[in-house]
Design a protein around this ligand. Structure first.
Ligand code: MRU
Length: 364
């Protein structure tokens, strides 16, 4: 998407043809910084410490990480090693394993001498595929927004609530939850987005609000606890969120707090949609609550917040008393029964084994 006058992806091949450049998301919205990742260690740190984040982008970054690994050693052993090193960076988003499996499965079949070039080609293909998937998700989700807009009084916007950042910054481009929103805006449909701040890392306040601002989407930042209140007062027409792992039965694992939004939506008859590309479906898991590993991040993310001070510097400040322990589960699972529909690149599925199988019959 555009930043200023330039169109950016979140990740691209450096002009040296070997390293990768990324938007370093730790500094947004205050500073737009690009960094170059040259080694597998750089890639692992960038994923673990959330310089890049969002399930699809984590997958694409890991795919390029495999390509970088191949430049120093393209053996089967090196492939297995880079798979392990990158796989352990973040446990919840299934796109990471999907991309690592895709790279290893593809490269294993090739002679070692051909693997370096092929790896960069395959990583680029995965990146391009992500963009295409998001465009298709956008088209499918746009139908829902159009339908809600058709029932609104003239001049009234469709009010959409979103949690975390499932925007273009979480993917290579366009985003998953935001793709239908951007397409609706392009089509001239009036929308207004409630952006959950998404403590503790504030992906909503820092990233989604920055995206909405940059692309002229009317929006209002709210604290995480405001959504239920707004729904009770008829201020939210629909919820769209992304997901880090969706199970074969339609349970959705996403940023911590998503479940509470889904409960509030159910109680207030507000449609609750989840946008996802098929690499986010874990066909091996049938019970999200019992089977999905939930990342527990450092408690400092809860006890400290980062922001820009009045003197213009970016600082981290403590918000709780020293000595109070904090817990930091990064994701939760929303059971399928609370979900109105799964917006995929093949259309909208009900959140159920049957719904998913109908769209992806090859997986049955
Ligand atoms: O911890 P993060 O910022 O990587 O979490 C991101 C989310 O939870 C997104 O909603 C999800 O990855 C979908 S991104 C299209």
């Amino acid at each position: 998407m555009k930043v200023g006058e330039r169109h950016y992806h979140t990740i691209w091949l450096n002009e040296d043809g070997r390293s990768i450049d990324i938007i370093d998301q730790r500094w947004l919205p205050h500073e737009f910084r690009i960094v170059t990742l040259k080694t597998v260690d750089d890639v692992a740190v960038a994923i673990r410490d959330m310089w890049v984040r969002g399930a699809p982008l984590i997958g694409v970054t890991a795919a390029y990480g495999v390509a970088i690994a191949m430049t120093s050693d393209a053996s089967d052993e090196a492939l297995d090693k880079v798979w392990e090193v990158l796989h352990e960076t973040r446990p919840t988003a299934i796109n990471l394993r999907w991309a690592l499996d895709a790279m290893r499965g593809f490269l294993r079949k090739l002679p070692v001498s051909e693997r370096v070039e092929a790896a960069y080609g395959k990583a680029a293909e995965i990146a391009e595929e992500d963009i295409a998937l998001n465009r298709s998700i956008g088209a499918a989700g746009l139908e829902v927004i159009r339908e809600i807009a058709s029932r609104k009084k003239p001049g009234e916007p469709v009010n959409i609530l979103t949690h975390c950042n499932a925007g273009w910054l979480a993917t290579v481009d366009y985003g998953t939850a935001t793709a239908p929103i951007y397409m609706a805006v392009e089509e001239g449909i009036k929308v207004h987005v409630y952006v959950d701040e998404t403590r503790p890392r504030n992906q909503g306040a820092q990233l989604t609000a920055w995206e909405m601002n940059g692309h002229g989407v009317p929006h209002t930042l709210i604290v995480d606890n405001a959504g239920g209140h707004l729904m009770q007062h008829g201020d939210v027409d629909m919820v769209i969120v992304g997901t880090d792992r969706t199970t074969a039965n339609g349970d959705v694992c996403n940023k911590i707090g998503t479940y509470l939004k889904a409960l509030a939506a159910k109680d207030n008859d507000v449609p609750f949609y989840v946008a996802l590309p098929s690499p986010t479906i874990d066909w091996t898991v049938h019970d999200g609550i019992k089977e999905i590993p939930i990342e527990e991040r450092n408690s400092d993310e809860v006890t400290f917040v980062q922001g820009r001070t009045v003197d213009g510097s970016i600082s981290t400040v403590r918000v709780s008393p020293e000595g109070s322990p904090a817990a930091n589960p990064a994701f939760d699972v929303t059971p399928a029964r609370l979900i109105t529909g799964l917006i995929t690149e093949r259309g909208i599925a009900t959140a159920s084994p049957e719904g998913l199988k109908a769209l992806f019959p090859e997986r049955t």
